[in-house]
Design a protein around this ligand. Structure first.
Ligand SMILES: [Zn+2]
Length: 181
């Protein structure tokens, strides 16, 4: 069995919140200044003598047993298991939390919305260009514009004026791709 590197032990002792761990082990904690107080599970505690320091992530019993230590030492003593077993348990704890925090579903949803927005813009441009071409090739539409004083071809091009003669529907691959969005 390979020796557990000190760096990993330090990592577990720093990453896992001792206050959360102690509470998840069923011990009620009350805030006391910067620290938390609870009933010590290692001796017959009547008045809370277990003190947890979130700053240092350490625990200490001020009562009969005078025990204390790190996250790993807490797990060893509470579950009455070996050092190696405690490290393996806590390693699993950290891995589970990392899986939960890497859930990036909202980000993916935003990307999809952005992509479909771009698609809509491209589709809209294609519709505008299509009707613009229809206008320029239509024998009735141009005289109509001429009557209204809109005779400048440059202006027609610039504003992409179009003539919606309802022929576009026959050319689109799917009607649903406009409305569906
Ligand atoms: Zn104690």
């Amino acid at each position: 069995m390979a020796r557990i590197p000190q760096s990993e032990i330090d990592h577990l002792n720093q990453t896992i919140s001792l206050t959360n761990l102690v509470q998840s082990d069923g011990i009620e904690l009350k805030k006391h200044g910067k620290d938390y107080l609870g009933l010590c599970p290692f001796h017959n505690d009547i008045s809370p003598s277990l003190i947890i320091s979130p700053d240092k992530n350490l625990w200490n019993c001020l009562g009969a047993c005078s025990e204390g230590g790190t996250v790993v030492q807490w797990t060893m003593k509470l579950k009455d298991i070996s050092f190696r077993h405690a490290v393996e348990l806590l390693r699993g704890e950290v891995a589970t939390k990392q899986v939960k925090s890497s859930d990036d579903t909202p980000k993916k949803t935003m990307n999809t919305q952005w992509a479909s927005e771009q698609d809509n813009q491209i589709l809209l441009k294609r519709v505008i260009n299509y009707y613009h071409q229809v206008l320029k090739n239509n024998s009735e539409a141009l005289p109509y514009l001429k009557d209204r004083g809109l005779v400048n071809n440059e202006m027609i091009d610039h504003f992409k004026l179009g003539f919606a003669d309802r022929t576009l529907g026959y050319l689109l691959p799917q009607r649903g791709s406009i409305e569906g969005g």
